[in-house]
Design a protein around this ligand. Structure first.
Ligand SMILES: *[C@@H]1O[C@H](CO)[C@@H](O)[C@H](O)[C@H]1NC(C)=O
Length: 492
């Protein structure tokens, strides 16, 4: 059997936040000469067909899935199209992909073309054992950072908050994370009893990570040491920090409809502004704040007179895809006035985030602290105002505040009562030329250098992320060689 096969199987959970980092990693590995097979359900594959660069050789492969068979609405194959209370149903339904996944591997092995390795989602803990049935190397790839995922893992495994009356608790197997508050947990965790559907899913899924041969993280070793050390300790497996993965390569999956018009107007606005003077505000494509929070934020911007670009979405309770009604959801004349005074730009739904963060006029980023946004901000040396809302964003914000020291948390979630006066104060503090603002910008530019260093690949020097990627591929190859040798011996 050929030991020089270079096919890598990619298998993300059905959510944009998972599919995009997996696709980006696929394109990066394709560049290195690997043949990628990307597995997902029919509708997700159809969407990917539209965004995959035409020159790409990534092979898209469907596994059968019909959401109606799992008590989900018709054609719901992605968390994008589901309300929060049905996300767990999709997770549970995804375990039904097991036989189809096994068939794919068995087909490849029977054809004499076993893949070099399987790179699977952290929601597909079960895939490790299936992959090992065929003696194939298996790793879990996390698009989330190490610290965030460590807190998430530990919170679910231990449910430590259940034993706290004060609303404050520590993670028994991750004390380095410090104190956490119940307000930093998602509703599903707060409500977890150990016997509810979420807990049941996690009790199956999380321990199964131990069956994997290692972990890939879209993060940087020196930035995320604390979180990565949790997994090294927990599983005694290699943990490779290979980030930041360049997400712009799967640009098509992230761009707005009028991408070019928005890009031009944002860049024109930024070009006319002094260095580090503009606050960029975006809460990611999946989140929004309440109408009253939106009002307070607008008032804070008004009072501070700071320049801003604000990506707005309809407030909580409205369909996130409807037209934005500025006259109803923002203070009277707010949009008109700020635009006339050339003070701020309100952009609907989508903005060219990387271009904006790369611009020298941007001084800070008010963000939900989704990991992709955090990495994009840090890669450009831009400090953060954190407003975490869901998933592991609360832990990311915590890490940015306490470990990286490049963030001030301004609010937490959508039931948090924000006051325009507090927001104004924090905005001014972070954007000030001296004091805390200056300190944070200095830290952020140090981290920017750290990230550049990690991804540097020159004659005689390989950054930590480049090195980790090579190590991972080497480990997959070694395992492969071992299997081939064993088979050869058996055949003898
Ligand atoms: C999914 O199942 C439903 C109900 O059995 C059926 O009506 C529908 O045609 C199926 N969809 C696909 C794409 O097969």
């Amino acid at each position: 059997m050929a030991g020089n096969n270079n096919n890598i199987i990619m298998f993300p959970f059905m959510a944009q936040g998972h599919i995009i980092p997996f696709l980006s990693l696929s394109l990066q590995l394709e560049q290195k000469g690997y043949q990628i097979t990307f597995i997902n359900t029919p509708l997700n594959i159809a969407n990917l067909r539209r965004v995959l660069p035409p020159t790409s050789t990534v092979r898209l492969l469907e596994v059968p899935f019909n959401s109606s068979d799992h008590g989900l609405p018709p054609n719901s194959e992605n968390t994008d199209s589901l309300p929060p209370y049905q996300i767990c149903d999709l997770l549970v339904a995804s375990t039904s992909l097991k036989p189809a996944f096994r068939n794919i591997l068995s087909g490849l092995v029977d054809a004499g073309t076993p893949p070099l390795c399987v790179v699977a989602d952290f929601f597909f803990g079960w895939s490790a054992a299936v992959t090992h049935e065929f003696g194939i190397f298996h790793v879990i790839f996390s698009g989330s950072g190490g610290f965030g995922l460590a807190c998430y893992f530990s919170s679910w495994i231990n449910l430590a908050h259940k034993h706290s009356d004060s609303g404050e608790f520590t993670l028994p197997d991750f004390p380095e994370a410090g104190k956490l508050q119940v307000t930093q947990l998602t509703p599903s965790l707060v409500a977890a009893t150990g016997d509810d559907p979420w807990s049941k899913f996690q009790k199956q899924n999380l321990p199964a990570w131990g069956n994997s041969d290692g972990f890939l993280f879209n993060t940087v070793e020196d930035l995320d040491k604390v979180g990565l050390s949790y997994f090294r300790r927990k599983f005694s497996r290699p943990v490779w920090a290979i980030g930041p993965i360049d997400l712009s390569v799967s640009g098509g999956a992230r761009t707005g409809k009028n991408g070019r018009i928005e890009t031009n107007s944002c860049l024109q606005f930024l070009n006319s502004m002094p260095p580090a003077s503009v606050l960029y505000i975006s809460f990611g494509s999946q989140n929004t704040i309440t109408a009253s929070q939106m009002m307070q934020l607008a008032k804070a911007l008004d009072k501070s007179k700071k320049h801003f670009i604000w990506v707005v979405r309809p407030p909580l309770g409205f369909d996130i895809n409807t037209e934005f009604r500025a006259e109803e959801w923002l203070p009277e004349n707010f949009k008109k006035q700020t635009e006339e005074e050339h003070r701020g730009l309100i952009v609907e739904k989508w903005a060219p985030q990387v271009e904006i963060l790369s611009h020298q006029s941007v001084g800070a980023f008010m963000s939900h602290c989704g990991w992709n946004s955090v990495l994009e901000s840090l890669s450009r040396g831009v400090p953060l105002l954190g407003w975490p809302m869901a998933a592991e964003q609360f832990y990311n914000a915590k890490m940015m505040v306490e470990i990286a020291e490049v963030c001030v948390e301004v609010a937490r979630g959508t039931s948090f009562e924000v006051r325009s006066e507090d927001l104004r104060e924090t905005i001014e503090e972070v954007m000030s030329e001296d004091g805390k603002g200056r300190e944070m910008r200095k830290k952020a530019s140090e981290i920017k250098k750290m990230i550049e260093e990690a991804t540097r690949n020159e004659q005689g020097f390989r950054g930590s992320s480049v090195e980790a990627m090579e190590d991972f591929l080497q480990a997959a190859l070694m395992k492969n060689t071992t299997i081939t040798t064993t088979n050869d011996l058996q055949q003898d």
